[in-house]
Design a binder for this molecule. Structure first.
Ligand code: SF4
Length: 594
């Protein structure tokens, strides 16, 4: 039977019917009452629990994690690092997490659940796990899925039966304050400077290990020495005595510090700061680490393409299934990996904070549109901006200083932090620096920077499956590659599957990079006018050239370590020939003089 259509000609009736239908549907969906999301109120981690609760954390390289754990332990906390996330962890993350997340979410969330399940299998009851463990992680307000991590952890933990497990947040938007709000986890000068040192040392060790290992003469030596070095620095961080003015002051001054809290606290702040950054203990520890690493024998004449790693923060940092063990694979295939320090990310955040403050100042300034004669208002506006710029600028200077100082104390060959202003300027024609989320403009900026400055033979961007900002910058990279014709750029989408496919794509790009590195080396060798055997002979006679911390001056326009090295050795050989010539009687001919 045909349905009879009722024609409605009156607009008002259409609107009324629509409204009635909307009300009906909202009621069915449970949206008829205004509801707001409220962050769940969590059981606090209290100071009394400190001695029995273990803080779990993870997500960095083993060097960073070991040092961070040592700082936690040195400050009196029980602390354990989570294992490197693997494919089973990814699958657990998918099982218990929401649909449609980016894969770092699945890897990291699943990793936590997997570890708690492991504790349960070891015989610890679920209730004891809830009471005696907490998870410490970074959080953010977005705009990418990073802003959802906290909710994702809670959701997956609940689904896996660990409802009520505590997740402590350290937000990149409000720093350590968020964590210090938890009475069990207290921010102190020792904790803050200890963490700063751990992070910087972790970055420097990570950079060094990838610079030294490809050139080691004795296979396995770099890994062994770095393991020992990091372990001994961890012991130092764990067991170092905290600076207390009441103990260090001369006897006559001790009562003064005891009775005057303000005086005691002021001296303690500066004393602790000095002890952590310039103290004898830390400098001695770094000195002995430097000596151990410098004893590794290297042969820098091995020709290797330099592969610069960029991409999403987690995918370019993890050393496991999360990025298909990419660094290990690249080294096995004969490449030298140029990793990214976490310090670049902090430098980026500081730079962006400054740029945003400046761009938003016309809206945020205290007095809107003052007339030119309203001098006081104009002055207040001007000073307000300057104060803000000065504060962030001071943070930038200190961050750069501390990073490069750590690098100098650990051998001085670590790559410097790239100038953020230059990165933004290079990226800007392709990617607006105010487009936030993920690595923002950094992926594009680094690709251009490392190519135009000839600092690598290829750029490999590791991008997680489902990552929104990475997909955005990927679209832009095709315009970048079109502009810089000699650029070898390869974006690899990382996920829980597809390792073989990803490796074979990298192998192809690496093949091109190898040709580039070899050609560059041959041209440099030709420029020296010497044979490789002559250069090697000279190196054999000068053992300092086999030490990793021997400083090879950087020549513009050359990316390869071996090419840089032979040019430098050749210069040294020429110099010694000239000196030898000068020392001889003038009429004596110099054999093989260039
Ligand atoms: S940057 Fe990408 S992968 Fe990382 S949290 Fe954001 S959306 Fe996920």
């Amino acid at each position: 039977m045909a349905t009879k259509l009722v024609q409605i000609e009156d607009d008002v009736e259409i609107k009324q019917r629509l409204e009635a239908e909307r009300v009906r549907l909202r009621k069915i969906a449970g949206l008829d009452r205004p509801t707001h999301f409220h962050r769940p109120v969590e059981r606090a981690f209290t100071a009394e629990e400190r001695s029995k609760v273990t803080i779990l954390f993870g997500g960095f390289t083993w060097k960073h994690e070991d040092l961070i754990r040592a700082v936690f332990q040195g400050c009196g906390y029980r602390c354990e690092k989570l294992p490197v996330p693997d494919v089973p962890a990814f699958q657990i993350g998918k099982e218990y997490g929401n649909n449609g997340q980016c894969n770092p979410t699945y890897f990291t969330v699943g990793n936590l659940v997997q570890y708690l399940q492991f504790l349960e299998k070891e015989g610890i009851s679920r209730q004891d796990i809830l009471n005696n463990y907490v998870f410490f992680t970074a959080g953010s307000c977005g705009p990418c899925r990073f802003g959802m991590y906290e909710a994702e952890y809670r959701f997956a933990l609940k689904n896996a039966g660990f409802d009520g497990f505590r997740v402590l947040l350290f937000k990149d938007s409000d720093g350590i304050k968020a964590a210090s709000g938890e009475p069990g986890l207290k921010f102190t000068i020792d904790f803050g400077f200890g963490m700063l040192n751990a992070l910087l040392m972790g970055d420097v060790f990570n950079d060094l290990i990838y610079q030294i290992r490809p050139f080691e003469t004795n296979k396995g030596e770099t890994d062994r020495v770095f393991r020992e070095t990091v372990d001994s620095l961890c012991d130092d961080l764990k067991n170092r005595d905290s600076f207390e003015i009441e103990q260090r002051a001369p006897d006559w001054a001790k009562p003064k510090f005891k009775s005057n809290k303000i005086l005691r606290n002021t001296f303690n702040v500066f004393g602790k700061m000095h002890e952590h950054m310039w103290g004898k203990d830390i400098l001695n520890a770094l000195g002995s680490a430097r000596e151990k690493m410098n004893a590794i024998e290297v042969d820098r004449t091995k020709v290797k393409p330099v592969a610069k790693i960029t991409g999403e923060f987690w995918a370019q940092t993890t050393e496991g299934d999360g990025n298909f063990h990419m660094f290990e694979f690249l080294e096995r295939e004969g490449a030298q990996v140029l990793v990214e320090p976490i310090a670049t990310w902090v430098a980026y955040l500081l730079y962006q904070a400054k740029a945003h403050a400046k761009a938003k100042w016309p809206v945020n300034r205290p007095h809107r549109d003052p007339k030119w004669w309203e001098l006081k208002k104009n002055l207040v506006n001007e000073m307000g901006l300057r104060k803000k710029m000065l504060g962030i600028g001071a943070g930038q200077v200190m961050w750069n200083y501390f990073y490069h100082r750590t690098a100098r104390n650990l051998g001085g060959i670590t790559h410097h932090l790239v100038n953020q202003k230059e990165l933004a300027a290079l990226a800007h024609p392709f990617y607006n620096q105010f487009a936030r989320g993920g690595e923002g403009h950094l992926e594009v900026g680094k690709n251009v920077y490392y190519t135009v400055h000839h600092l690598c033979h290829m750029v490999l961007a590791l991008k997680p499956f489902g990552c929104m900002p990475s997909s955005q910058s990927d679209g832009v990279q095709s315009a970048v590659v079109n502009k810089f014709k000699d650029m070898i750029f390869l974006p690899i989408e990382t996920s829980g599957e597809g390792e073989v496919n990803a490796h074979s794509r990298v192998q192809m790009a690496l093949g091109e990079a190898k040709v580039k590195a070899k050609t560059e080396f041959e041209q440099c060798l030709k420029m020296t006018g010497k044979s490789l055997d002559e250069i090697k002979e000279y190196i054999a006679e000068h053992p300092e050239l086999k030490r990793p911390f021997y400083q090879v001056p950087h020549r513009e326009g050359i990316a390869g370590t071996a090419a840089q090295f032979i040019l430098h050795v050749s210069d040294r050989m020429d110099k010694s020939t000239k000196l030898w010539r000068r020392a001889r009687v003038p009429d004596v001919a110099v054999p093989n003089a260039a």
